[in-house]
Design a binder for this molecule. Sequence first.
Ligand SMILES: *Cc1c(COP(=O)(O)O)cnc(C)c1O
Length: 382
Amino acid sequence: MKTRKLLMIPGPTPVARSIQEQMGRETVAFGDPAFVKDFKELLEDLKSLFNCSGEVFVVAGTGTMGMEMAIANTTKAGDNVLIVSHGFFGDRFIDLCSRKGLNADVISSEWGETVPVEKIKEKLKEKKYAAMTVTHVDTSTGVCAPVAEIGKMMKEFPETIYIVDGVCATAGEPEDVDAMGIDILFTGSQKAFGVAPGLTMLWASGKALERRKSLGSIPEFYIDFEKWLPVMKDTAKYFATPAINMIWALKESVRIIKEEGIENRYARHRKTGTAMQAALEALGFRILAKEGCRAATLSNPVYPEGVDDAKFRGLLAEEGIMVAGGLAAYAGRMFRLGHMGNIDKHDMISVIAAVERALYRAGMPVELGKGVGVVQQHLIDS
Ligand SMILES: *Cc1c(COP(=O)(O)O)cnc(C)c1O
């Protein structure tokens, strides 16, 4: 018998059966009154769950499209943009912004650390920035940025649109659009929402919508807020075909989130992150992200001396767990383990147990049950 494979990469994440069922439904017309109602309810829920008094957009696409949509609707060629980067996905904004003819300034941290808020503030004082981007959780490093604290500081720079890449965070790490002063937050369906890839969700504050209006006509068409606003206000309207089955799937994910309670969901993610990271450390891994800025949604463990990455991940896959490799300078030195979305206690135990077996099979000295014991203790203690 073949061992079932658990998908523990940092997106796509495991898709619950009830969500899969929504994708398998017979597709209806986008003007079907039942679908129009479902879509409308979904948008209302998304606005209230993340406390956004502006507008939410749900459009077929991925996280990267969210990045592009955020920049396209808030800047024009020649504008200054400040990119706060904590790794690979922060850096992705550099090329994206340069292609649009923006002057992109980058302020980066060492991998595993965050840029101090004071340093961001000093940079913002240097010139007028049309927008600033911050990656909430950079998947390449497992670092979580202090988005609330940055938002508070941003009150001193009202002319700068505060963009938060929530692709590896939203629905797993606490986010509150209005209270945190976020102007644009976006994510993709396949990360902490636990839906298959295919949807971009983007929340825009009143200030961001005003900025879009002030730009007049923009070069982009499909990702223009102005094109989608009529649809988001009245889901019976057409601009481009909504991803009907994916919207149903997302609606089911939101039902699961509401049933759990968003605060409980955040607490569960925090507990999962702490437990997994402690267990990995007990097994001899070093967590790349420094204590105090570790994400709850994924872990980036650096291998102990003597472990071959390709071999280890191959063994781990044989043991039933799919993880991702390290990026850039950490390729071959680290793996990336997602633990966000709709995963439970069974999954956590299975993952750590499989990591132990893979280490053992790789010839590493490992005390079987040590990591599992740590996870168990965390699960019992809380
Ligand atoms: C996954 C990810 C992206 C890219 O999302 P795609 O859906 O692959 O386009 C962007 N930012 C972060 C932080 C991510 O984790």
